[in-house]
Design a protein around this ligand. Structure first.
Ligand SMILES: [Fe+2]
Length: 293
């Protein structure tokens, strides 16, 4: 990654942090990106893993057009979408919802419990608290690269068990009361299952190797007990979320942020009780994770 502004035929791309995150300028997303813009957006995603568009005035159709730049829309399990739009989740916390769990409040990669987890997620900020409610991402490829050769060799053959039952290992994390505004469908056979994924995942587009475990969905390492797995998973979480591997986004209304779930984890801060916060979320489908050789 270069610190210089990269000007493609279509867009300016300006890095926002040391390893991941970039602002993309020079595009109005209210109409569908043309082929040149779409390729430039995909290139920015390949290079930066989290891309930010500011000051956008878009409706749900335009958000879906942007999401399709990365792949077919994916309807995710167990979180109820908007009543009039099955492709969009309203990520909402009302002002009177104090001391409730927020959506995505622990480090995770979206729906890693699925056999083919989502590639890209897109959030569009509509209503925001005057302060707080930031989102953090961490770079799982930079984290993998920074491990010692010996540790990387140890991880290379390992797989992780990811569970959606009952909606991740989150039940084991200390979360307060469930949200009223985001409804979870219980007894969802599409979600109440386990998937096994490589601990080190190959990105077929960039050739990057990235860690692919997270504390919300990864219950244990395959073939190891939970007790044996815990110190390894805890170390990987602490290592991957070191400040130098992160980008923290301070939301403004009109922001659209897209991120690569295959090479990042993210976390939504829940530090804005007393204020309403509403974002629209869409998802692009991804491939079955490929083990890095
Ligand atoms: Fe998430």
């Amino acid at each position: 990654m270069s610190l210089a502004v990269e000007t493609t035929a279509a867009l300016d791309v300006r890095p926002l942090a040391g390893t991941l995150g970039a602002e993309v300028l020079g595009i109005d997303l209210s109409s569908p990106p043309d082929a040149t813009q779409a390729e430039a957006i995909r290139a920015a995603m390949r290079d930066h893993k989290v891309i930010v568009f500011r000051d956008q005035t878009i409706d749900r159709a335009a958000q879906k057009d942007l999401t399709r730049v990365f792949g077919p829309l994916l309807r995710v399990p167990f979180v109820e979408p908007m009543a009039d739009d099955a492709d969009v989740i309203a990520v909402l916390k009302e002002a009177d919802e104090a001391n409730v769990s927020n959506f995505g409040g622990a480090w995770h990669s979206d729906f890693s419990c699925l056999e083919a987890p989502p590639a890209i997620s897109v959030l569009h900020a509509l209503e925001l608290p005057p302060l707080g409610g930031d989102t953090l991402w961490c770079d799982m490829a930079a984290a993998h690269e920074a491990l010692s050769p010996g540790y990387r060799a140890m991880l290379a053959g390992l797989s992780g068990n990811h569970t959606g039952r009952p909606y991740g290992t989150k039940a084991a994390l200390k979360v307060p009361n469930p949200s009223r505004s985001i409804k979870m469908k219980r007894n969802d056979p599409a979600a109440d299952l386990d998937s096994v994924h490589p601990v080190v995942r190959l990105d077929p587009e960039t050739g990057e190797k990235s860690l692919y475990v997270n504390p919300v969905y990864t219950s244990h390492l395959s073939g190891l007990s939970r007790e044996e797995s815990r110190p390894i998973l805890r170390f990987l979480q602490e290592h991957a979320t070191r400040p130098e591997f992160t980008y923290r986004h301070r939301w403004r209304p009109g922001d659209v942020v897209c991120w690569d779930n295959r090479r990042t984890m993210h976390l939504a801060l829940n530090d804005y009780d007393g204020y309403r916060r509403l974002l629209h979320r869409t998802t692009a489908a991804g491939e079955v994770p490929i083990a890095a050789a």
